[in-house]
Ligand binder design. Structure first.
Ligand code: 13P
Ligand code: SF4
Length: 304
C-alpha cells in the first residue's frame, strides 16, 4: 500500500474523527486499513457502538445502510456507490408489500442482506450467524416469510424444523459453490475441516463439517486443533484467517468464489471518501425508523 496515501488517510481520520470498518470479504488492503473487520452481525453491532462522527463503510450498500439505520447521528460514507449486493436487489419494497398481502398475518423475517426499504416492511432481521436461533424462537402457530435468500432459508428450515415461505433470492457467488468441488478437495486433503457458509445451496451444505457465518469461521479456526481448512465461502475471508492464524492452511473451495461487488473498494476510494466526504448514506427518516425496528429486535433479542 502506498505509504503517502496511508499517511493521508490517517491524517483525515483524525481531522474528521472518522473510523473505517470493513467486511471480511473486502480486499486485503482494505481489511488491513480498517479499524474493525467483521461479519454482518459484528459490523451491525460495531456500527451502533463505535465512537466517531464519520464511519467509512467498506462492504456492500445494504451494510452501510444498516450502519446508518443504527447510528443516524454519524455520517456514514460509502466510498463506491455501485457496490451493491445482487441478492439484496432480488426483492423490492413493492414486491414485498404485494407478497405480504397473499400471506396476511405472517411474520416477515429478513436476512440483513436486504435494502433499508425492504427492511422497513419486515418484522425481524437475522444474519447468517443468528438466523436459526431467532427463527426457532418465533411463535409456532404463525406463518413465516423468509427473504431474500432461499438457500439460507432452506438451511434454517432444515436446522429448526420450521416451515417457512421462502423468497426465491440467492447469492450468485455462493450459488456457484458445488458439492463436487468440496468432495474433490476432501479427497486431496482428507484431514481438512470443511467450513461452509449457509448462503450455499443445500447439496453443498450437506458436505460441510461446520456451517458458519464468516465471523463464525474466524472463531472456529481460532479454537480448532486442525491445521487445514477447506473454505467454502467468498475467498476474501482467507486473508483474515491467515492473518489471525498463520500456522494453518486454508484451501479456497473454488477460484470462482469471488464476489465482484465486495472487491470494488480500493484504498484510493477510501482516501477520496474521506477527502470529499463521499458518498454519505441518506435515508428518509420514515424508512430509517421503520427499518430500525427489525434490526433492534434482532440486536436486543426481542421476539414479540
Ligand atoms: P456474513 O459475513 O454475515 O457471514 O455474510 C456473508 C455475506 O455474504 C455478506 O454479504
Ligand atoms: Fe451479496 Fe453474495 Fe456478494 Fe455477499 S457475497 S455481498 S450476499 S452477492
Amino acid at each position: 500500500m502506498d505509504a503517502t496515501i496511508k499517511q493521508r488517510i490517517k491524517e483525515l481520520k483524525l481531522q474528521r474523527n472518522a473510523m473505517i470498518v470493513a467486511h471480511n470479504y473486502q480486499l486485503p488492503e482494505i481489511q488491513d486499513l480498517a479499524d474493525f473487520t467483521g461479519d454482518s452481525l459484528e459490523l451491525s453491532v460495531k456500527a451502533a457502538s463505535i465512537d466517531c462522527q464519520v464511519l467509512v463503510f467498506c462492504g456492500v450498500r445494504f451494510m452501510a445502510e444498516t450502519a446508518k439505520i443504527l447510528s443516524p447521528a454519524k455520517t456514514v460514507l460509502f466510498p463506491v456507490l455501485e457496490a451493491g449486493c445482487p441478492m439484496a436487489d432480488m426483492i423490492t419494497r413493492e414486491e414485498l408489500i404485494a407478497f405480504k398481502q397473499d400471506h396476511p398475518g405472517a411474520i416477515v423475517v429478513c436476512y440483513v442482506n436486504s435494502s433499508a426499504e425492504v427492511k422497513a416492511e419486515c418484522d425481524i432481521a437475522v444474519t447468517s450467524a443468528n438466523a436459526a436461533r431467532i427463527v426457532s424462537q418465533l411463535p409456532p402457530e404463525r406463518e413465516i416469510i423468509f427473504l431474500p435468500d432461499r438457500h439460507l432459508g432452506a438451511y434454517v428450515q432444515a436446522k429448526t424444523g420450521r416451515q417457512m415461505v421462502l423468497w426465491p433470492g440467492y447469492c450468485p457467488t455462493h450459488a456457484r459453490i458445488t458439492p463436487q468441488e468440496i468432495r474433490a478437495l476432501r479427497n486431496r486433503y482428507p484431514n481438512a475441516v470443511v467450513l461452509v457458509h449457509p448462503e450455499c445451496p443445500s447439496d453443498t451444505i450437506e458436505e460441510a463439517d461446520e456451517v458458519l457465518s464468516t465471523g463464525g469461521m474466524c472463531t472456529f479456526v481460532r479454537t480448532s486443533t486442525s491445521k487445514q481448512f477447506i473454505i467454502a465461502t467468498e475467498s476474501g475471508i482467507i486473508h483474515r484467517l491467515k492473518k489471525e492464524n498463520p500456522n494453518a492452511e486454508y484451501i479456497p473451495v473454488s477460484p470462482y468464489a469471488i464476489c465482484p461487488n465486495m472487491k470494488q473498494i480500493h484504498v484510493e476510494d477510501v482516501l477520496r471518501a474521506l477527502e470529499k466526504m463521499e458518498y454519505p448514506i441518506q435515508l428518509s427518516e420514515e424508512i430509517r425508523e421503520r427499518a430500525l425496528l427489525p434490526l433492534r429486535r434482532m440486536l436486543d433479542g426481542r421476539i414479540e
